[in-house]
Write a protein that binds this ligand. Structure first.
Ligand code: HEM
Length: 526
């Protein structure tokens, strides 16, 4: 027992000794001009840990900018740091980011996410798959299956059903209380009205998860999807944790819990794939009966080359598991953040509500679902979404690794070096966005010059770019728009508690944005 404990503690004792001996941060001196390899300047911080703790501390606050801004001021828009166990060149330079995004297919960089993300997503996920014909095929397949116009009725239906549960009537009967906090509020005229407390992030997550599961697996919301979602929460929580070796991944650590959750999710997906395979062979055998139904992602994966899949079961599991994360976490967070920014900016909210009241009035009926023409007549909503993604994008940048020496503006980023192309640093740069810290959706209404400078020039890249440009970019915008439409036309709301933004481990509000919602009366109709 004593020896076991000593063996267990030995690595930690070595670590402490090492840290003690080499505690001083090590600045990286730029090499002389004559030197061939001139790495961007910077500081690598403590041994092993580097500047990871400083970065995490900054990103756990509402204002992470100083971490980057301070280094940009000292070293320029390209600097070297040491985070998540590796020396990393950090880019706050839009030109370099563009080179990185487009360089993957051109043997300049390769995708390289932290080990924790790779283990949890699985190496066959689209995000981690090397570029090539299979990636191209699966990327375009994802684009096709997230075809927005076809999905709009599903999205509208799910949003409407989610919000139906927020209505006042349940409060009066006492139904639905428990999770819901039904209380009253008094407005300026002294009228008392019922309001309901909801955790917006939770609601948005449930909605986007149900939507993605339906889309990928054709499974309707219910206890199965809810159980799966609980495992996903554990999985995502450990995205940026230290990837412990399996014998140390105890279940009291976030990473240990995530590994366990991943196993459960993978098993559930494996089960679905097997059932669909069985169903598919029955369908092929009984062809004449023609029992065709709407195809989902699993059906398409099983039929990838027309006859049978080119993917193994494990490859399909990784692909689906990661797609579920990509589709659900990002969109739900963006919905929550958009609502928070609107709550804090009443004039933007008033304009947005006006846009949606007009659409609802034109539809002539309260319950008529939105169609593609409605979606296309929401210009201010698109400004709100762009501004939300600029100020608080959940994907703050992308990780890559140099596969060759990269010469850029007098520096050489050596082959093998880790690179982080920070979108956030560029999106918060005053040179491109005046008063960058201010949520200002109107900036997206401005002149062509602005659009040319930030969109065409690749400065605004919330969805990445190049061969890995997010295949869900339009779907995400549609889901957020439909959600905002039903929220502002049916409800008014206020923050139930002070809540603040944090940026680590992912961008979100620290409490999941609890709000009090109240049904709007009268609902606008013609
Ligand atoms: C606000 C919502 C979203 C944001 C901000 C976002 C952002 C991004 C970014 C920046 C990338 C590029 C990553 C890289 O280059 O390393 C990406 C890739 C990806 N996204 Fe999204 N995304 C969103 C929604 C979605 C949705 C709804 C889906 C569902 C289909 C999705 C699926 C994917 C996939 C599969 C990839 C990997 C593509 C590849 O590597 O080829 N995303 N996303």
């Amino acid at each position: 027992m004593g020896l076991g404990l000593l063996l267990f503690l030995l690595p930690f004792l070595f670590l402490f000794l090492f840290l003690f001996l080499f505690l001083q941060p090590k600045p990286i001196k730029p090499k002389t001009r004559s030197s061939r390899q001139k790495l961007p300047p910077g500081t690598v911080g403590l041994p092993f840990i580097g500047e990871t703790l400083k970065l995490i501390a900054a990103y756990k606050t509402e204002n992470p900018e100083p971490f980057i801004a301070e280094r940009v001021r000292r070293y320029g828009r390209l600097f070297t740091t040491h985070v998540f166990g590796e020396r990393t060149v950090f880019s706050a330079d839009p030109d370099f980011n563009r080179l990185v995004l487009r360089g993957e297919g051109r043997s300049v960089v390769e995708c390289s996410y932290p080990a924790s993300i790779c283990t949890l997503l699985g190496r066959h996920s689209l995000l981690l798959m090397p570029l090539g014909s299979l990636h191209k095929r699966l990327h375009s397949l994802t684009l096709t299956l997230t075809r927005h116009s076809l999905l709009l009725p599903h999205i509208d239906d799910l949003v409407t059903r989610t919000m139906a549960a927020w209505g006042d009537s349940d409060c009066s009967t006492g139904e639905g209380e428990g999770d819901w906090d039904c209380s009253t509020s008094t407005n300026d005229n002294g009228n008392t009205r019922r309001r309901r407390r909801i955790l917006l992030l939770d609601q948005a997550k449930q909605l986007t998860f149900d939507l993605t599961v339906k889309q990928l697996l054709s499974i309707d919301p219910g206890p199965w999807t809810e159980a799966l979602r609980r495992e996903y929460v554990l999985l995502i929580d450990a995205f940026f944790s230290v990837p412990l070796p399996s014998f140390l991944a105890f279940s009291f650590t976030a990473y240990g819990r995530a590994i366990k959750a991943r196993k459960k999710v993978a098993e559930a997906l494996r089960q679905v794939i097997r059932e669909k395979m069985e169903e598919r062979s029955i369908r092929i055998r009984d062809k004449e009966r023609g029992r065709e139904r709407e195809r989902d992602m699993v059906d398409t994966l099983l039929d990838l080359d027309g006859e049978s899949s080119v993917l193994s079961e494990e490859e399909m599991v990784d692909f689906l598991l990661a797609l579920l994360i990509a589709g659900y976490e990002t969109t739900s967070t963006s919905i929550t953040l958009a609502v928070k920014f609107l709550t804090d900016n009443p004039s933007a909210l008033a304009l947005l509500r006006d846009e949606h009241d007009k659409i609802r009035a034109n539809k002539g009926h309260d319950s008529k679902a939105l169609d593609w023409t409605d979606y296309k007549s929401m210009p201010f909503t698109q400004c709100v979404i762009s501004e939300t993604l600029r100020v608080a994008n959940i994907v703050s940048g992308v990780f890559r690794r140099a596969v060759t020496d990269i010469d850029y503006k007098g520096y050489t980023i050596p082959k093998g070096c880790k690179i982080f192309a920070s979108f956030r640093a560029v999106h918060m740069d005053e040179e491109y966005f005046k008063s960058a810290a201010v949520f200002d959706p109107w900036r997206w209404q401005s002149t062509d010059t602005f659009h040319q400078q930030v969109i065409s020039a690749g400065v605004f890249t919330p969805f990445g770019g190049g061969a890995r440009l997010c295949p869900g970019f339009e779907l995400a915008r549609v889901v957020i728009s439909v959600f905002l439409h039903h929220l502002v036309t049916r409800f008014s709301w206020e923050a139930a508690e002070e809540d603040r933004l944090v940026f680590f481990p992912t961008t979100r509000t620290s409490k999941g944005y609890p709000i009090f919602v109240r049904a709007r009366t009268p609902t606008p109709t013609n």
